[in-house]
Design a binder for this molecule. Structure first.
Ligand SMILES: [Zn+2]
Length: 239
């Protein structure tokens, strides 16, 4: 149901929407309902220990990895189990315990050989920034007709506004939004770079951008520094 509503809503926005207040209310209502359906599907049962012989509830949706938009290891495993009619007692308990309810395979804290996973550590260090970017992206795609990222900075808001204009993401596209935020953080698209991209898009030269953007020491940036920073931006994040 959730997937179908998202598809229909996207179609509505592309074909029927007139940008009237009624349309906005209609879209917001559908967004809320899809959100509610998804949250219901993710709800954990009150009793988590399963009775012997009772099939695992493979219909129940499982959560996202805390650090990206992938399913957690356990959720992914459950999808594999689905349809094979394996019941709980047939699963090796040990195997189940090893699977993370919190992280996906890429972000599991320890590798199979027992060593710390560097990808996990790196992602964990940027967790705060990940959540900030996710919030901005979600705000912006909920209200794409004007800058609405609520970052507190006009240029950064403008960046999210322009980026979202060429994407068809909806707030209900949680996995895609989470993955986008993760790629943004992993590719080190800082707020400074976002501001530079907006200024560049507005027609400023690299030297002019440098004068307007301060570096970490609160000094204007050189043209070379601006050029280097802009060259490091991933193609999907260019404006
Ligand atoms: Zn992950």
């Amino acid at each position: 149901m959730e997937r179908m509503q998202r598809q229909l809503l996207r179609q509505f926005i592309k074909t029927v929407e007139q940008k009237t207040t009624t349309d906005e209310h209609f879209i917001a209502t559908l967004e809320s309902l899809t959100g509610l359906v998804w949250d219901c599907a993710c709800k954990r049962p009150k009793r988590s220990s399963s009775t012997k012989g009772v099939n695992l509830n493979t219909q129940r949706k499982h959560g996202f990895c805390e650090l990206c938009g992938n399913q957690t290891e356990f959720a992914a495993f459950m999808s594999t189990v689905a349809g094979q009619h394996i019941n709980d007692v047939e699963l090796e308990d040990r195997k189940k315990l090893e699977l993370s309810h919190q992280y996906c395979e890429v972000h599991r804290p320890k590798l199979a050989n027992g060593e710390w996973n560097p990808t996990y550590r790196q992602a964990k260090r940027s967790l705060t920034q990940f959540n900030i970017e996710l919030k901005r992206l979600t705000h912006q795609c909920a209200n794409r007709s004007k800058p609405h990222a609520m970052s507190g900075d006009e240029l950064i808001d403008s960046y999210f506004f322009q980026l979202m204009l060429r994407l068809t993401l909806q707030p209900a596209d949680k996995a895609e939004l989470r993955n986008l935020a993760r790629r943004m953080v992993d590719s080190k698209l800082s707020d400074t770079k976002k501001k530079m991209l907006v200024l560049k898009r507005s027609g400023f030269s690299q030297a002019e951008i440098g004068k307007r953007i301060l570096n970490a020491k609160q000094q204007p940036m050189t043209r070379q520094a601006v050029s280097k920073a802009l060259a490091s931006v991933r193609k999907e994040f260019l404006l």
